[in-house]
Design a protein around this ligand. Structure first.
Ligand code: SF4
Length: 291
């Protein structure tokens, strides 16, 4: 198997076979992200991708889940991606889940028919980053996405039957815009209703534009209490749509995961308790590690 550069996959994909399909991210501008800084976006030759799939097919006994890397693989032209998906399903007929990273704009730019074609070829799920539902915050972090575009991308995925895991970042609005960020994010989530939701506490990655903004005093980090209050607001105000809550990222103050709305009250109680008793609430900044 050929893997080039630093490799990332979402933590729920820890047991999946990774197939490198692209290098880097087409956007590569988000101020908080250093995942693909050193890579120029490139599509791997289809022969090389097929070679990797064949090699895995000859050495692995059973593969039930595959994740296509690197960044926004869904930016690929639909016929190209269909060929890869068909090759995967022919090689691993037992594989029940094929997922990839996708920008909400990548979903939005494809027609529902194209997305249905991808679903038909085997694509089951897309991991997408919303980060915030607040337009001002999205602009500040250079996400290249508006709340309206995010909503449109999600609507198309739903129409095509492709599940979406959406990530949001507690604290990405900074100290000053914490409330606006979480209120707008919660409002948008209630409209978008992703099948899975991954909320993560902000971690400043070394070498990013955001790190520089922190050093220059242009971005003031939220306190751990604000991070918890954002999660409290989210859990209090989600309208009860069905989603799986992946709130167990290593940087989260109260790691917890499970189905909502069944566990919404339980999770909210845990956050309330942390706000009342967790020693981290007295600190000015949250200690986090790189994603
Ligand atoms: S957050 Fe996603 S879209 Fe933004 S630069 Fe990183 S990989 Fe690309």
């Amino acid at each position: 198997m050929q893997y080039q550069g630093k490799i990332y996959r979402p933590w729920p994909e820890a047991n999946s076979l990774l197939i490198q399909t692209t290098l880097g991210c087409t956007h590569n501008k988000c101020t908080f992200c250093d995942m693909f800084r050193e890579k120029r976006f490139r599509i791997r030759d289809i022969e090389d991708i097929f070679k990797d799939i064949d090699e895995a097919g000859s050495t692995m006994h059973r593969v039930e889940s595959i994740f296509l890397i690197d960044g926004n693989v869904l930016a690929l032209k639909t016929p190209f991606l269909v060929k890869i998906l068909e090759k995967i399903t022919a090689t691993f007929p037992e594989c029940a889940k094929i997922s990839l990273y996708a920008g909400l704009n990548d979903l939005r730019r494809k027609s529902v028919e194209e997305l249905r074609e991808l679903k038909q070829a085997g694509l089951t799920m897309a991991y997408t980053g919303l980060e915030s539902g607040d337009g001002v915050t999205l602009e500040r972090i250079k996400k290249g996405l508006s709340p309206q575009q995010a909503e449109q991308g999600m609507a198309k995925a739903k129409a095509a039957g492709i599940e979406v895991l959406l990530s949001i970042i507690f604290g990405i609005g900074g100290k000053e815009r914490s409330q606006e960020h979480i209120q707008a994010t919660t409002r948008l989530l209630n409209v978008m209703q992703p099948e899975e939701l991954a909320p993560m506490a902000l971690a400043i990655q070394p070498g990013t534009e955001l790190e520089k903004e922190v050093e220059d005093g242009k971005f003031v980090l939220p306190t751990p209490l604000q991070i918890l209050e954002e999660e409290q607001y989210l859990l209090q105000n989600m309208t009860g749509f069905a989603t799986f809550y992946w709130g167990d990222h290593g940087n989260n103050i109260v790691p917890m995961k499970g189905p909502l709305p069944e566990l919404q009250e339980v999770f909210l109680n845990r956050v309330n308790q942390a706000i009342a008793t967790h020693p981290v609430c007295k600190e000015e900044t949250l200690k986090t590690f790189a994603w």
